[in-house]
Design a protein around this ligand. Structure first.
Ligand code: MG
Length: 423
């Protein structure tokens, strides 16, 4: 049976991450550089405007790049940021497969044979991944979809940026073979020169050359690239080290004004509970403990939590519990206004569906609420976070119009760790 493998490659990764953090860079030539003072003053990544309009190349000196484009915005590289984005990208990919094999910090193979019955479905999955990366990480990726790792990687490099290329057993001769041999993985400049000298220019030329000949010219590597060119690459996508489930999942926010009444708190708790519940459901987890975190306008803060009667991944229940906890410990008519609030779900375990609907009214309501929230999940995954919300949240959009999950992503070092991802 054919395997189906994706290769995902983030476009101009470092420069794109910088732009994700600072959207005012959009539309300008941007390059991320090594440390000039530490004598590493070279271009590490440039965005497409810098590369395509001004011909700036990875590895050239900052001085040379600036001579081509005096208005080039240079940013000293910030590896922590890129590693964080890299692991967030991997988290998205691991929603689709246990077999995610990173290749550098901005590329990975994902084996989706189990969930894609054919290349059409595989392309739809690739489109979903591409959209999620855009929405959640604010960067773009190119994706190759194929039946082996080598052609999947070829596909991600075939069209860039923000593109998907499907290479099947039926079309690889047409798409891959006419391309220059150096576009095949492991064909570096030295190999290319040797091949050229013997009249081998394209990937198709490699495929049509008898493997023994390639072996005499290039040694074992000759056999390897022959198998790559013919699509006979059988290497597996490495299985991801299975991570233990997170200990907690939480979201919090600093409101755009101090919260002065219980309705303010209730509205924000609903937004946060929605996000926490959605993240639990995405990972097929549920929680047995809910805690709230409150920070007053004088910056003092505290938490208060409770064990639940039953595990939950339902936002209604999380929000209700948060409100109950709030009423137990805080009174806005006498206590100070609040600056920030948060909800954390902990005591986490795997979600186990209960096929028997009990006759208790509680369980009936809960099943319906969960179904409603699942429907919201699917609408949001298709049309974006803001495509649907609870009507009660429209009352004060200035307070509630934010997506805790993407805020979580884009401001990793928010003040008071409010947006620290706990999953
Ligand atoms: Mg890349």
């Amino acid at each position: 049976m054919n395997r189906i493998i994706l290769h995902i490659d983030a476009n101009c990764f470092f420069a794109s991450v910088e732009t994700a953090y600072n959207p005012s860079l959009i539309g300008f030539p941007v390059a991320v550089t090594g440390d000039a003072q530490a004598r590493h003053g070279i271009i590490l990544t440039a965005n497409y405007i810098a590369k395509r309009t001004f011909g700036i190349k990875t590895g050239e000196t900052i001085i040379s790049a600036k001579s081509k484009c005096p208005k080039l915005i240079t940013i000293k590289s910030n590896p922590k940021k890129y590693l964080r984005h890299s692991s967030l990208l991997r988290q998205i990919l691991s929603d689709y497969s246990n077999n995610v094999e990173p290749f550098g910090c901005d590329e990975a193979w994902v084996d989706i044979t189990d969930i894609a019955k054919d290349f059409k479905t595989a392309k739809e999955i690739a489109e979903e991944i591409s959209l999620r990366v855009k929405r959640e990480l604010h960067i773009t990726v190119s994706i190759g979809v194929s039946f082996c790792k080598v052609f999947a990687k070829f596909g991600s490099g075939y069209k860039k940026p923000d593109a998907i290329t499907v290479i099947t057993p039926d079309n690889y001769r047409k798409i891959v073979w006419p391309c220059d041999c150096s576009q095949l993985i492991y064909v570096g400049p030295a190999t290319k020169t040797k091949l050229k000298a013997r009249g081998v220019f394209t990937i198709g030329d490699i495929a049509r050359t008898p493997p023994e000949k390639l072996k005499t010219w290039l040694g074992k590597n000759g056999l390897l690239i022959h198998s790559f060119a013919t699509g006979d690459d059988l290497s597996l996508v490495r299985r991801t080290y299975s991570k233990p489930p997170p200990k907690s999942i939480g979201n919090s926010t600093t409101a755009n004004r101090d919260l002065v009444c219980i309705d303010d708190v209730k509205r924000i708790f609903f937004v946060l509970a929605d996000s926490v519940a959605r993240r639990l459901r995405e990972k097929s987890l549920c929680a047995n403990k809910i805690s709230i975190w409150l920070r007053r306008c004088d910056l003092s803060s505290f938490t208060h939590g409770a064990i639940l009667r039953a595990d939950t991944d339902v936002a209604f229940e999380i929000a209700d519990t948060a409100m109950r906890l709030f009423c137990e410990c805080y009174d806005l008519s006498t206590d100070k206004p609040l600056r920030s609030i948060g909800i954390t779900a902990s005591d986490i375990s795997a979600y186990t569906p209960n096929p028997q609907i009990s006759l208790f009214a509680d369980d009936f309501v809960r099943t319906r609420r969960r179904a409603l929230e699942l429907a919201m999940d699917s609408i949001r995954s298709q049309y974006g976070y803001y495509s649907i919300c609870r009507a009660s949240l429209l009352a004060d959009k200035s307070l509630t119009h934010f997506d805790p999950k993407s805020e979580n992503v884009l401001h990793p070092v928010g003040d008071f760790n409010a947006v620290r991802p706990s999953a």
